[in-house]
Design a protein around this ligand. Structure first.
Ligand code: 8X3
Length: 211
């Protein structure tokens, strides 16, 4: 029986991933922080423009998305290399590639996830340990946007109005697809947006007072 260790297992993507993998016969070990759920989410997400963000919030995001990921990886990697098997599937974000207002430390932390995943691949050359990074775009069905929009449910409703966003189940299905690839295949990166989401033009500010 295959075993999966899923972090963030109590809600959102992690929870959906656990359900999907259990349904596929995996033995799933779920890990979740004991912090209050919303605090935990806040730690993962950017919520404000950089100039209005609190240093505490930035620190929590760095602790969770960068330090947390690095330290969990540091803990399990030697055993995976020793066994010469296994797969690390990280959850990045399109925010790690595309800059947008409010992305600040959140996007930068997801850029870390992207580069860390690719760099792990470089160090794991010659082993059978595989590393993938999934980069989702706009996703509904989690508390992500509620936290990001400071609990403003009207704003959340406006964000998802008339948009068919990605669901946690879509991400879970992608995790399962990656996990089911033959042993000689490594999926490096999967970027997933809803069909309704795409890049926009770069912002140009008009009539900016001259210095
Ligand atoms: C966040 C993706 O599109 O909501 O990870 O900014 S998006």
């Amino acid at each position: 029986m295959k075993t999966a260790f899923v972090t963030g297992a109590s809600s959102g993507f992690g929870r959906a991933i656990c359900c999907t993998l259990i349904g596929k016969g995996y033995r799933v070990i779920g890990g979740a922080r004991r912090m209050d759920k919303l605090k935990a989410l806040e730690a993962e997400l950017g919520v404000d423009r950089a100039q209005a963000s609190s240093a505490e919030n930035w620190q929590r995001m760095i602790d969770t998305n960068i330090t947390g990921l690095a330290m969990v990886t540091h803990k399990i990697l030697p055993q995976m290399v020793e066994a010469d098997s296994g797969m690390i599937i990280n959850i990045g974000s399109i925010a790690g590639t595309y800059p947008y207002p409010g992305g600040n430390v959140y996007g930068a932390s997801k850029a870390f996830v992207r580069q860390f995943s690719l760099n792990l691949r470089a160090d794991l050359a010659g082993t059978r340990v595989r590393v993938s990074n999934i980069e989702p775009g706009l996703c509904s069905g989690t508390d992500f946007s509620v936290v990001r929009l400071n609990g403003d449910l009207d704003a959340v409703q406006a964000l998802y109005r008339d948009v068919e966003a990605i669901l946690p189940e879509d991400i879970a299905a992608t995790v399962a697809w990656i996990a089911e690839q033959p042993a000689h295949v490594n999926i490096n990166t999967v970027e997933i947006m809803p069909v309704a989401q795409s890049s926009a033009a770069l912002n140009v500010v008009r009539n900016l007072p001259r210095a």
